[in-house]
Design a protein around this ligand. Sequence first.
Ligand code: GCB
Length: 600
Amino acid sequence: MSKIAKNTAFKKAGLWVLFLLLPGNYIQAQTAMVNVESRHLSSLNGEWQVILDPTRIGEWKQVWLEKKPKSKTDFVEYSFDGGPMLKVPGDFNSQLPELTYLEGIVWYKKVFHYKSTTEKRLFLHFGSVNYLADIYLNGEKIGSHEGGFTPFQFEITDKVKEGQNTLIVKADNQRLQNGLPGTGYDWFNFGGITREVNLIETGKIFIEDYSVQLKKGSLNKVLGWVQLNGSNVKQKIKLKIPELNKTYKTESDNKGHASIAFDSNLKLWSPENPKLYKVIIESETDTIVDTIGFRCIEVQGSKVLLNKKEIFFKGVNIHEENPNKGTRAYSKEDALLLLNSAKELGCNLVRLAHYPHNENMIKEAEKLGLMVWNELPIYQHIQFSDSLVPKKMETMLKEMIHRDRNRCGVVIWSLSNETYPGTANRTSALIELTKKCRVLDSTRLINHVINTQSYTNNAFNVSDPLYEYSDLICINEYIGWYIPWQGKPSDVKWKFAYPDKPVFISEFGAEALYGSNEGPTDEASGWTEEYQKQVYIDQLEMFKTIPNLCGISPWLLFDYKSLGRMNQVYQKGYNRKGLLSEKGEKKKAWYIMNEYYKKR
Ligand code: GCB
């Protein structure tokens, strides 16, 4: 190699390393608009061109510039043309065999046409991209977003061109030490543009956000607000509920904020009668239509009350996976597959583990009369002492609440799952987060799920500093599976550091391969349905010993992909704790749970 060539090669390698080390031009995404469906949309869903980048070199090559050769001796070592296409929305892993196990970068490209007008503003809205997203429009970086399960947007009014525009998205699902979740978790890391992408056109002043729900503790006082975005935002606002013949008039202040407060004789939302009303919000320049239900959820002493009546949560855990297809769930059809199965089991609540699921899940659950437990991906080993983590937690919390605050079906914000009291900063960081959550929304129950209770001599000792800040005492326990019984289930004793609060068993269960009925029924290692069934029988017996039990949710509805599950005979890359196999076959334990729920 000549000296010059060597130098150039060295410089290139050095540059590449530098690019890999640089944090990037990080322009944070805006909090996304709510109720996208009711806005003026052009969908960017469909086929997108992609470049697969498993060696992470596309950043150095500046793929977003889409360079073309300038002279006869010039060439460019990348192109979207001639490459594969992927469907958006959808995880990338399930779409091409070579992406099955990718935890890395895929570059996506979509061309769209736009006819601009001076009267309009334009936003680029993503339902979610797992996990890091860098967004480029016409060769310019417009921003980034971190977090695989919440929406984000950018205003592109001043950036969009008349005619043809090119959008490039770098989607990276590599695990991060200081990510949420971190590097270890028991589900499949589906990457890519997993939810919808839309262009939203608004007027100069538009309804950015609103909150309409019952005042905490009330069955007839509606409280809320409307927020306009733009300049000169003092406007007359109307909230209409046609079915009730109700028109409430208010006015926004010069910050665009208007308060709502009125009494009304409403039919309340409940699992038995999931009543939703058409609600129209009108400003002088914009109109939004939503479907909103009204209900009151609260803890009084050791009981949970829905609309002032005691309720027992008959729950089930669900991952956001279409079990039949082995893909990330995103569509209404996917949601109905999962939720109708929960209904058939006899549930009135779904715990959407362990991250905010797509909006179809929340909306369809609400229509079916299923209460929803929404959760943040603050899961097990989080690096709470990393200086960036508290901010990331707060942003994700805001994004989750912001998206779902008008969904009456959502009754629980669950802020963490199985974090460990010994982890540096964990308790203080999560207490802070809980306080922030209460400020953002005090009308729902807030909890942390804990699994560090002790179980010795057939007695549980339940204590964690986070319980002081939680409305429910949520416990994950796998007696009969990870931990053997130490006595008769009916003799279990309980000691609680907070004995007056309601108790929710948020996970219990055991693994079984559907149809595995050959092995001994009293040994876990046979993965038999019979063994799993016995764990359920014992657990249900044990639940009778729990004071203040307000609900349970077995782990979990369907078998699901989890590559850490490496028993080649029984698991084959699946967590087999489903009551249903991934094909929907009912295991013996399903019938036990179904009977229990029918009787409660
Ligand atoms: C747990 C976790 C859940 C796991 C489950 C299991 O405690 O919360 O995410 O998948 O146990 O199957 O071990």
